[in-house]
Design a protein around this ligand. Sequence first.
Ligand code: DCP
Ligand code: MG
Length: 364
Amino acid sequence: VSALAPLGQQMAPYACQRRTPLLHSNQPLTEALETLAEDAGFSGSEGRSLAFTRAASVLKALPGRLSALEELGPLPGIGEHSRRVIQDVLEDGVSVEVERVKLSERYRTMKLFTKIFGVGVRTASRWYQEGLRTLVDLQERNTKLTRQQQAGLRHYEDLNTPVERGEAESIGRMVQEAVQRFLPGASVTLAGGFRRGKPHGHDVDLLLTHPEAGREAGLLSRVVSWLDSQGLILYQHSQENSFALHEGPEPPGGRDVLDRFERCFSIFRLEAQGRLGAARGWKAVRVDLVVAPVGQFPFALLGWTGSRHFERELRRFAGHERKMVLNSHTLYDTRLNLFLPAASEEEIFQHLGLEYVPPTQRNA
Ligand code: DCP
Ligand code: MG
């Protein structure tokens, strides 16, 4: 039918088997599908949300712009509902269903509330049920907020202004400087969307490690205290490492936690850079600091680089196709009953029998 068809038919079923660049040619389609994915997530329909996310992810990996549904052929991972949405957008430029969602009171309110740092779908949903609709409502009705949510509300505007790469790099340097002070030789690595090549993000994800195992212990609290004493931290809450290798691997999907590293969820006070924020002098920026012992570092780096969907697919592939359990700490082979060590991300892909996908191609 078209030049896309033969390529589309060869598309591998798992996102971690494909290369997905940051920029692609089917933006209007993926945006529509991701809006539906988000909306399904807002109503707790995880399965439906995943189906839309999968379909969007497949389109992101297509080598060119889709102009007719038929060009897709029998592509894996695009269900009937998604096909209907794609067809509508291709034919009419918009999907009536998507437009209706975007205008709906529920979607708009859920979006407003979940954009508060510390507010997830469950909390936002409860507030919506209680009749709350605006940020002012939260204050006027004296809604009970955690310390994290209070900070999120206080800095709502800043935290919902994209973090520029330059800002992320300068926070990286601030942390690096603090780290050198207490543990020379330790490193700070920018992960998350920025490592995938995104020009901006919603936060700054930094991984700390030291080439000698064990030396990293105790580092984070010193770094955070020092940064705090310099007036650079507006909010922070730290969590201790709760990972123990002797416990063995956790069953996949068994717990709703990303990982058990020592970490700090924080809001930094970043001095204004150039024209941005110059009117006020500083800007609040969300920063996640994560400490990984060097032996787990490649797993942490892989797990923290994303995208979320790429990570989910890596774990699904490991489990279903290889009978292995992958998380941000280790890779465990359940057939051989052993942990597979790795000194680099490349080695993890090798263990999984996957072709290496560089960070900039993990935008699934
Ligand atoms: N991550 C994950 N599962 C989660 C949360 C995070 O796999 N539930 C991983 C993948 C993410 C990375 O951690 O890429 C960082 O999380 P972010 O929420 O910061 O996501 P990004 O950095 O990719 O996006 P953004 O640019 O919005 O910060
Ligand atoms: Mg991020």
